[in-house]
Design a protein around this ligand. Sequence first.
Ligand code: GLN
Length: 284
Amino acid sequence: MKIKQYRTQFIQELSPFYDAYEAESFFYLILENKHKLRQIDLALNHELSFTEDDFMVWDSLLEELKKEVPIQYLLGKTSFYGLDFEVNENVLIPRPETEELVEWIIKENKIFDKTKKLKILDIGTGSGCIAVSLAKNLPNADVFAMDVSKKAIETAKKNAINNNVRVTFMYKNVLELELLKYEYDIIVSNPPYVRNLEKEEIKKNVLDYEPHLALFVDDNDALVFYRKIAALAQKSLLEKGQLYFEINQYLGKEMVDLLEKMNFKNIHLRKDIYDNDRMMKVNI
Ligand code: GLN
């Protein structure tokens, strides 16, 4: 069958689950990943066709997509801040909001990276997307990353190697730490922050397949990670050190209150592209 024809069938079969735009974008993502063909190649050559073996692969992907398995897990990769990252069920799929956080950190620290060796720690690194993209874009920095999941660290390590950066990984539960091992110029974290009461807002593809360990926090103590990390940062940030967080969009005010009470200075709360409170930066 011609690829062009199959495209129509693919979108049709996914129509009970995804709108045509989403289904079409999946189609082209798979085409690019599995066949190294882009939309333009198909437009220029209407005769391109699939083999029997190709169809087997496409049909099995189609079945998984009908179960709403995230396309990034099916392809085993995604892109974040212009870099390729391996992803699997042990790590959260990097989000565009987190790219905005990374961009903020890079913009503010590019200049310091030229004159000193910034020491950076990413807490709850998951796929390593924050640590790796910071290491890549702040090339003089010494980057460290921590996670409670051994499997996440394995994935993050591969992502550092594949992107040619050096990151030191630590397998630790931040909630059990009293003190960090080193002192840092920058501490950053995108910890779990979704409350159970927000569960109905979470789509099936996220809820059924992404690691709950990375997503959910106890409703009664939704800021537990932030409080702990902020307390550790107070003891371990160097002079002029900065603490950056990705936060729950509904807890911006609570976060500001928490950090004010802890005597942090220059408290900045930022919105993401969807106009939700999403990021914070503070100084000690
Ligand atoms: N923003 C993610 C989501 O809504 C959650 C990320 C996190 O818990 N740190 O799926």
